[in-house]
Write a protein that binds this ligand. Structure first.
Ligand SMILES: C[S@@+](CC[C@H](N)C(=O)[O-])C[C@H]1O[C@@H](n2cnc3c(N)ncnc32)[C@H](O)[C@@H]1O
Ligand code: SF4
Ligand code: SF4
Length: 441
């Protein structure tokens, strides 16, 4: 499974993932038409819950590997409530940040209290339309829309953060602006959308999934939403940079990047480890082998091995990486992850490069240091090359000297620059620039 030597390395090999998704169950009380959860077994089979024995092994491995953040997902995680809460509490004790993906059907005020007590950061929920007819048709579950609104109200009352994600197909494309209004009214802290990626189990139903032209409509609508509400225009699936140039206002779009196999992975309910929630390749099982051993087998994600040939000469390769590999795989009729992303517009390469430069105009040198500096970080761990430091969803990779410096200072403590030494000025400016320190300029 190791990468051949002809491939170029695009990402450093971390000793373990920085974040993981754990599927605590394959069971679900909905049957969303686009859901990838079913490719594993098909509708007639029995879906598995993660057992306590597997959950214990998974928690031990994740904690020992110094993973920073965990998302508990499924299926519907609250259908396996005791195991979900066991994991939540194990990670709380270990200081690992936890969030949950849930359809919210089973949430109650007392569960919200338990989650708050356990420091759960929040829930990402799926909303699939602006009315009962559209949402319930997609979930194949009557009453699911009204139940979702009830749950959103409950979370709002308890001041528990919910982010809403809309998976978009032809069935709900026209509702995105109204959906944004609803989630705004219900106090959701974030609103994102996801291109529905055709799962194996639904491979014969291409009619449901958006064409590239419709995707452009979707992205442009999300930009309009940004103007009306405080949410950014953001798709949870990474889009090729050259596609973004086709949009009405590309610079207003918030770019997301995928960490599959480079900084994140997925742990299935039986302990099997995969690169991405939608992909089926299994790299090992946590009940049999350490996470760190399995993680090293995902090397192809860190090199050019899965990058389309047409992207290899692109000036943006190091930022864009050719767009979502799963989307390419589906577009190539499940034949190759290396296929061109269907949204790619290679002719826009120069335009996309100019846009990126325009958006990156601020430089480290523009930072002016005052006489004090306050460092801001949540967590850190050593790596072969030095270490990685995180602050919220920001990450920096540091060489040994820089890492040793950061590990010697306290977060949220004010230091006089003269005490640190002016020889560190450029480094301190770069920390301020990247959001890992504040200065009193
Ligand atoms: C599988 S669900 C599990 C958690 C929970 N049941 C829920 O629906 O939020 C996790 C996330 O994957 C998204 N999802 C499911 N199928 C998808 C697909 N084919 N393409 C893109 N996202 C998908 C869901 O909308 C949800 O945000
Ligand atoms: S609620 Fe979540 S897991 Fe269940 S079918 Fe829908 S997307 Fe899939
Ligand atoms: S040509 Fe490839 S690497 Fe370049 S911007 Fe387009 S998708 Fe990204």
């Amino acid at each position: 499974m190791n990468t051949s030597s002809s491939e170029l390395r695009l990402f450093r090999t971390l000793k373990a993932p920085l974040s993981v998704q754990i599927e605590v169950t394959e069971n679900c009380n909905h049957r969303c038409t686009h859901c990838y959860n079913y490719w594993k077994k098909g509708d007639k089979c029995i879906f598995e819950n993660m057992t306590f024995a597997t959950a214990k092994k998974v928690a031990d491995e994740v904690i020992n590997s110094q993973v920073f953040g965990v998302t508990l997902t499924g299926g519907e995680p609250f259908l396996n409530f005791d195991v979900t809460m066991y994991l939540v509490n194990r990670f709380k004790e270990a200081g690992i940040q936890v969030s949950i993906n849930s359809n919210l059907t089973l949430i109650t005020p007392s569960i919200i209290d338990e989650l708050k007590e356990a420091n759960v950061l929040g829930i990402l929920t799926s909303i699939l339309g602006d009315n009962e007819e559209v949402h319930d048709k997609i979930t194949c579950t009557k009453g699911s829309f009204l139940r979702l609104l009830e749950a959103l109200e409950m979370c709002k009352e308890k001041n528990f953060p919910v982010s809403a994600n809309m998976v978009v197909t032809r069935e709900n494309l026209d509702t995105i602006e109204n959906v944004a209004k609803i989630v705004n009214d219900y106090g959701c802290v974030d609103f994102t959308f996801t291109i529905a990626l055709q799962p194996e189990c639904d491979i014969d139903n291409s009619d449901r999934y958006l064409s590239v032209e419709e995707l452009k409509v979707l992205f442009n609508r999300s930009l309009k939403v940004t103007k009306r509400f405080l949410y950014g225009a953001r798709c949870l699936i990474e889009a090729p940079y050259c596609f973004l140039c086709e949009l009405d206002e590309p610079s207003a779009y918030q770019i997301t990047s995928c960490g599959a196999g480079t900084s994140s992975c997925v742990i299935g309910s039986n302990g099997n480890v995969r690169d991405c929630p939608l992909n089926s390749e299994i790299y090992g099982n946590l009940c049999l082998e350490p996470l760190k051993t399995i993680w090293l087998r995902m090397d192809k994600w860190r090199t050019t091995e899965l990058i389309p040939d047409d992207c290899l000469s692109c000036k943006l390769l190091g930022e864009c990486f050719g767009g979502c590999r799963r989307q390419s795989y589906v577009a190539s009729h499940l034949s190759s992850f290396k296929a061109n992303n269907p949204m790619m517009v290679k002719a826009n390469e120069d335009k996309a490069f100019a846009l990126l430069q325009e958006n990156n105009l601020t430089q480290t040198n523009d930072v002016i240091l005052g006489n004090q500096i306050q460092f801001e970080f949540d967590n850190m761990r050593t790596e072969d090359f030095g270490g990685v430091v995180v602050n919220g969803d920001r990450r920096i990779f540091l060489d040994e000297e820089a890492y040793n410096f950061i590990s010697s200072v306290l977060s949220d403590h004010k230091y006089a620059i003269s005490d640190i030494g002016y020889e560190y000025e450029d480094f301190l400016k770069s920390l301020v620039f990247m959001g890992f320190a504040k200065t009193n300029n």
